[in-house]
Design a protein around this ligand. Structure first.
Ligand code: ZN
Length: 191
């Protein structure tokens, strides 16, 4: 999937908005990204899963591991395209852990899959879950890479890099222009 086609798909799904947003973190940004709005359409999820799988196939994973909740849908689709299992780690008492009887064996080659990588924090945490369970992590993959020079210690692939700057409200150039700030999802935004 080409970058332009992917960005167009995200914009058409309302998953990538241009404007002036107040993020959950309190920071302001000229863009808003919400992968779930693309992945709610099963045909798009399947196509994105195939595209990520094509990038990761040579890592020869035997299982896909995703952090809940954001990684589950795309992880499932990547696993479907690769013909391997899809399992997920979920947060319990603050840390990510394997539950529900999911097992990673010593011979397993684990591919960690997420919807979007920003700081790499949850990806690194998921890698640790796989290693602690005895698996070998052969790589990580996401649809969108929002990070810059994120070091994971394993090979990493993504479909598209999207840089969305964030600003402290005090120094936000959009605020300085007098542009109204909106909370994502609070109303439709014309682009
Ligand atoms: Zn602002």
């Amino acid at each position: 999937m080409k970058r332009d086609a992917l960005l167009d798909l995200y914009r058409r799904s309302g998953a990538l908005l241009d404007g002036h947003f107040r993020l959950t973190s309190g920071l302001h940004s000229p863009g808003y990204l919400q992968c779930a709005l693309v992945l709610q359409h099963p045909q798009h999820a399947e196509a994105l899963g195939r595209a990520v799988a094509d990038l990761a196939r040579e890592m020869r994973p035997t299982v896909v591991l995703s952090p809940a909740l954001g990684g589950i849908v795309i992880g499932h689709e990547v696993a479907r395209a690769l013909g391997v299992r899809a399992i997920f780690a979920e947060r319990q008492d603050g840390g990510l852990t394997l539950r529900r009887g999911f097992i990673i064996g010593e011979t397993d080659r684990v591919l960690v899959v997420e919807d979007v990588l920003t700081t790499g924090g949850s990806t690194r945490e998921t890698i640790q879950v796989a290693r602690a369970a005895g698996g070998r992590v052969v790589g990580a993959a996401s649809i969108v890479n929002r990070g810059r020079d994120v070091e994971l210690g394993v090979p990493y692939v993504s479909l598209v890099q999207i840089d969305l700057p964030t600003y402290e409200p005090d120094t936000c150039p959009l605020c300085a222009q007098g542009m109204p700030v909106v909370k994502p999802g609070s109303r439709p935004v014309a682009t």
